[in-house]
Design a protein around this ligand. Sequence first.
Ligand code: FES
Length: 170
Amino acid sequence: MFAGTLRNDEMENHWEPKILAFLCNWCSYAGADLAGTSRIQYPPNIRVIRVPCSGRINPLFILKALQGGIDGVLVSGCHPGDCHYLTGNYVGRRKSATLKRFLEYLGLEEGRVQFSWVSAAEGGKFSQVVGEVVQDIKKLGPASRFVKEKLLVRSSEFGVKTKNNLRTPN
Ligand code: FES
């Protein structure tokens, strides 16, 4: 069965976006934790990866997530001036913004990669940010631009013989 067909079926059966959130350990992750302990509700569409600092995120992590079928990525770190590593959040924002512009240049819809500041005391804001990201991604629909299964389908459709029928980008 084609990966594209599966994605269409998912859409018909009330599609829900899969969103990956990279949260800095010291602020945004603690904010998410606070939202949980305060029983503040937010959409269950996100999967969290805790990182030491938003500056630690390699842009390839985001690309890899999109290739793996993630529909949207949220990067969240400490507010300006609050980073435990002084300027890591500025570095993280710059990296995310540069990658975002580059991916949009390659055809990725605006809004699939988002950046936010959330502190450890902002459980409510974390919930609000997640809600907004989920709404934005729902409007965009399932991501397909960089999904690797698409490449796999294309290579088999055209009879390209590769190891395990996997075609990797150059
Ligand atoms: Fe939170 Fe650097 S420690 S963004």
